[in-house]
Design a protein around this ligand. Structure first.
Ligand code: C2O
Ligand code: CU
Ligand code: CU
Length: 541
């Protein structure tokens, strides 16, 4: 029985970050224009501390945090702790190199079964932590794999089926930075220094320490009334007049953000999308706003060289229609299969009821999904001479050859109180999706017109978005090409948001060099939907 390392021992970690992350009352629903504390920037230890595991690997433990500590961290009640080369970490940011071997000894010291999933990393079933194997309380699980992915921001979180949402909400999450030569070139050319001009931002909306979803929460997703950025609500960061890189991960259980930057004059400041889930795009794309769903990552450059000292810029989530329409009672109507419905209004098919004017708008209390909110204030404090130009080329990405691909339909729907994929609920051990290894498939993911957005995620393989059709206006307004794609659809993805009425076509190359058949999960990353069974097993053999 392992009990020597309980909440008390973890308390000793407190001072490393307690001074920096201030707790914010959970009832603070409005972020006044005066932010309340400095942004917590991950350092060399402590909360989100940057940890480079060497050949000796790493021991990572899931623990309950004592109330005393939880008062000083973001109100989290659980976390991953590690001690490495004399430094102590809570939810460490793992710094990995492409090609390196990673060994992690995981120890479960919480009261529920759990397991760590490395979101976005291409690993075999034994290392995926998808929930097929879990560690019971007190047990260990060992990981040993090669990092095969391109440089990007990935992350890790629990994945025990049915318990994922609560554990992630309580505080079990962390980031992973993978490095490669494209990444090094970008940092060199722009003189980007992590923690200074390059900042990782982890978003999680919270409402109090405990996770107790109602039936409504299970249908819509668990929404908080504050958004924490690296553990504090509406913080500020001092910046200088140069290019800054923000690497954002949406670690919220369910909330989608519409991110934008507001300049001193109240106008939108364009930013450059340089990467997404699976690393750098071939070239930067200028944008004024971008949706970011649960589990997605967004890598952006912000050029502040024309800002004035004294200016405040605001990273905000802007107003949008959350399109939670399932409460109209018409959720079981299928989206059209043929393409004759292009541009048809959402209620044109089936026509039994116009979508209710968002019964869901009340969901989320003082901060319903789609409501605007300041997330982070940037105070321009210093003028610097920084002549660097945003490079025109960032990386190269070969489009997946889909000439001989077979197409697989995925239908996202709601029946008998549960969200489903192809009318099915997840069953452990079943793999309704069976794929031939080394084959290429296209998947046509269709969401019902009367539905809500679903952030569809695939384990083990990144994909490319080929097209979006019949997108809602607020999505179509952001398209950057004739395929209806958004800037955030470019490059390699592991999660894609599919809006009501939309058909999203993706290409997946199932090239795999693991021996024997492997099984993975395909699911909605709205964690309440995932726990509720909006997930299918996938076998690649
Ligand atoms: Cu972020 Cu199935 O995972
Ligand atoms: Cu994943
Ligand atoms: Cu969903």
């Amino acid at each position: 029985m392992i009990r020597r390392f309980g909440a008390l021992a973890v308390c000793a970690f407190g001072p490393a970050w307690a001074a920096d992350v201030r707790s914010v009352a959970a009832t603070d629903s409005a972020c006044a224009s005066v932010p309340r504390g400095r942004l917590f920037v991950p350092g060399v230890d402590g909360f989100l501390g940057r940890l480079a595991p060497g050949d000796d690997g790493l021991t990572l433990e899931a623990v309950d945090l004592s109330p005393a500590l939880a008062r000083n961290v973001p109100g989290l009640t659980a976390g991953y702790v590690a001690t490495h080369r004399g430094r102590r970490y809570l939810n460490p940011t793992l710094l990995l190199r492409k090609g390196q071997r990673l060994r992690v000894a995981f120890i479960n010291r919480i009261a529920e079964p759990t397991i760590v999933h490395w979101h976005g990393l291409a690993v075999d079933t034994n290392n995926d932590g998808g929930g097929t194997f879990v560690a019971a309380p007190g047990e260990r699980y060992s990981y040993d794999f090669e990092v095969r992915n391109r440089a990007s921001l990935y992350w890790y979180h629990p994945h025990p089926h049915g318990l994922t949402a609560g554990q992630a909400y309580r505080g079990l999450f962390g980031m992973i930075e993978v490095d490669d030569t494209d990444e090094q070139r970008l940092r060199r050319e722009l003189d980007l220094v992590p923690g200074r001009s390059e900042i990782a931002l982890l978003l999680q909306d919270r409402r109090g320490p405990s996770y107790a979803p109602t039936a409504t929460d299970r249908v819509h997703g668990w929404l908080g009334d504050t958004v924490q950025v690296n553990g504090s609500s509406c913080p500020h960061l001092d910046v200088s007049t140069r290019i800054h890189r923000l690497r954002i991960v949406n670690a919220s259980n369910a909330r989608t953000y519409l991110l934008g930057v507001r300049a001193q004059d109240g106008k939108a400041l364009p930013f450059f999308v340089i990467g997404g889930d699976g690393g750098l795009l071939p070239a930067p794309v200028e944008c004024v706003r971008a949706f970011l769903a649960s589990a997605e990552r967004l890598d952006i450059l912000l050029d502040l060289s024309r800002a004035d000292v004294g200016d405040t810029l605001v990273i905000e989530t802007q107003r949008f229609d959350p399109m939670h329409m399932e409460t109209s009672g018409a959720a079981s109507e299928p989206a059209p299969i043929d393409h004759s419905m292009h541009g048809a209004p959402a209620d044109a098919k089936g026509g039994t009821s116009a979508p209710v004017d968002h019964a869901a708008m009340g969901h989320g209390g003082g901060f319903p999904e789609g409501a605007p909110r300041d997330l982070l204030h940037l105070h321009v404090r210093r003028r610097v001479a920084h002549g660097a130009q945003i490079p025109a080329t960032l990386s190269s990405i070969a489009p997946i050859d889909v000439a001989s691909a077979t197409e697989r339909p995925l239908r996202l729907g709601f029946a008998k109180g549960r969200w489903r994929i192809n009318d099915r609920l997840f069953a452990m051990g079943e793999t309704p999706i069976e794929v031939r290894r080394d084959s290429v498939e296209t998947w046509l993911v269709r969401n019902y017109f009367t539905s809500m957005p679903h952030a569809m995620h695939i384990h083990g393989f990144h994909f490319q978005v080929l097209s979006r059709e019949t997108s809602p206006d607020q999505v179509a307004a952001l398209k950057i090409d004739e395929h209806g794609r958004l800037a955030t659809d470019l490059g390699w993805k592991d999660t894609v948001l599919v809006w009501p009425g939309e058909s999203v076509r993706i290409a997946i190359d199932f090239a795999m060099n693991f021996a024997g058949p492997q099984t993975y999960m395909v699911h909605c990353h709205n964690l309440e939907h995932e726990d509720g069974g909006m997930m299918l097993g996938m076998k690649v053999a």
